[in-house]
Design a protein around this ligand. Sequence first.
Ligand SMILES: [Zn+2]
Length: 326
Amino acid sequence: MTEGRPVVLIADDQPDVVEALRLLLKAEGFLTLTAHVPEGVIAQLERTAVDAALIDLNYTRDTTSGREGLDLLSRIRALDPTLPVVVMTAWGSVDKAVEAMRIGARDFIEKPWDNARLLTTLKTQIELARALRAAGREAGFDLAIDSGFRSFERQRSIWNRKASGQLAVLDSESRPLDIAALSPRDLAFAILRWSALPGASRHHWGTDLDVFDAAARPPGYEVRLVPSEVEDGGLFAPLHDWLDERIASGTSYGFFRPYDRDRGGVAAERWHLSFAPIAVAAQRAMSAEFLRGVIQPADILLKNAVLEHLDEIVARFVVNTNADWP
Ligand SMILES: [Zn+2]
């Protein structure tokens, strides 16, 4: 990790993209390094300490497979397993971003990018990496991210699959519910226990992360993000006990738990961390009016029930979170 101003390595084969990103980051106080080919990225990383890398997935003109970028990501991971790497993908190619996350990218940005979201994502990742590098390793944990940014589309897909019975809707004890027996309102509220309303997910902000301890994950084990993993005796409980101590002692670098306990809305989610310096402002902007504007035009199942009960939904499931942040 570098001291003072964070250093970001930007890599893209298109010079105008690199220049636009360089100017954007410079104006925000970042120092930047640039590369146009994968070899250049590796050479820079071998020479200089950086705080984050922002890399394109395609480097040869007219290719869109993302293969070069994924190979590059593997090489970066081998060189420095803790460096936060954010990948850039073409708009709508979320499948490639998901593949990149699977091999160690921390987050992704779709092109054309949104400046505010890009900056938020980089700042969050740099802060997280600071926390991770400074403390996690010393304590023997390998803090890994199961999911970071999630788009409205992705959340809408999760919501609609739950509302239509393609994905299980679980009760508070993680048992599947018989959704045919529920009214539209009750079904919407049951989904909201474990899944956010599209437009209201904290994962839309680039500030929130679901984490686990990669050092405690047995080979081949698929992380499920369920209470049994994080409660006493669970695989990831020691990591979370340690995180609790960091949060309580004010040494969590701005990260806190918005769903620290069950407040009658969203279930307690010990795996969910939020970066307070930016998330708090995003949360303040949340309101029933804002969400109504997002949901009204969208293709969302249970829309009528949601709109009818929107004030209650916002009060109970959206803004009803831990207000005690660092
Ligand atoms: Zn989460």
